[in-house]
Design a protein around this ligand. Sequence first.
Ligand SMILES: Cc1cc2nc3c(=O)[nH]c(=O)nc-3n(C[C@H](O)[C@H](O)[C@H](O)COP(=O)(O)OP(=O)(O)OC[C@H]3O[C@@H](n4cnc5c(N)ncnc54)[C@H](O)[C@@H]3O)c2cc1C
Length: 236
Amino acid sequence: MKKTKTIHRCTVLARCHLTPSMVRLTVGGPSLIGLVPRPAQDIEVLLTDARGSRIKRRYTIRNARPQVGEWDVDAFLHADGGPGSAWAASARPGSAVELVGPRGKLELRAADGHLFVGDEASMPAIAALVEALPAGQEATAVVETGSPADRVPVGAGRVHWIERGDRLPGDPQLLLAAVARELRVRKFEQVYILTEAHIAGAIRDLVRDAGIGSDHVFAKGYWTADRRPVTSGDAA
Ligand SMILES: Cc1cc2nc3c(=O)[nH]c(=O)nc-3n(C[C@H](O)[C@H](O)[C@H](O)COP(=O)(O)OP(=O)(O)OC[C@H]3O[C@@H](n4cnc5c(N)ncnc54)[C@H](O)[C@@H]3O)c2cc1C
């Protein structure tokens, strides 16, 4: 039998900018009280597109305060502005929002060396995972952002920031080169690849070629380049 997902009917309680292109929204509601998400679990925000169809967009639970039923999500306001980004840009304290969660299979595993690879969309997840590492487990992060102004601290002992500059988001070259360099100079037992979907596949292959078994690699497309947003002109 299909499991019914609980829809949390929440309110946006607070909003602040972490960078010019990253907004932190605090959402709260009575059904969140007592829920304790695992590090980097996420929510599906339930939205309506320009055609009136129900759609979902996923955002990491960056912080949870189970006693009061509040979750923080950090949303990147990307230049192509799909419905998720539009929701985050327009949400204000008092706005209603429906969401499902906590969800997601990502789990930290004990390891001597962790490598996290990501971009703006996965900085919240990387920060939450690094924060949850037991003392003594080393974390290295390779993170691509448009410019230094888009960086949000991810907490890893070693962070290799990459500046995309004029390249388009979704271009794999800089991340691939940076990860190849890390794999040459350091040993990693556990690798988390949280990037654009095609880039995640290419980096997973690179990591596998470096001899790290698939049991030790978590690769997930956090977004897909060229997903065409539905505009009101598409409405039938
Ligand atoms: C498990 C999980 C957790 C996530 N957590 C977060 C989070 O905490 N914060 C966060 O900001 N995002 C997060 N994401 C990514 C977010 O869900 C996607 O970026 C999503 O596509 C945004 O939806 P949208 O409606 O704005 O754009 P879409 O309608 O999906 O896409 C429209 C256009 O925007 C472009 N686009 C979409 N996302 C990006 C991006 N990140 N960078 C550049 N271009 C983009 C696409 O190429 C497409 O052309 C997460 C994704 C997953 C799977």
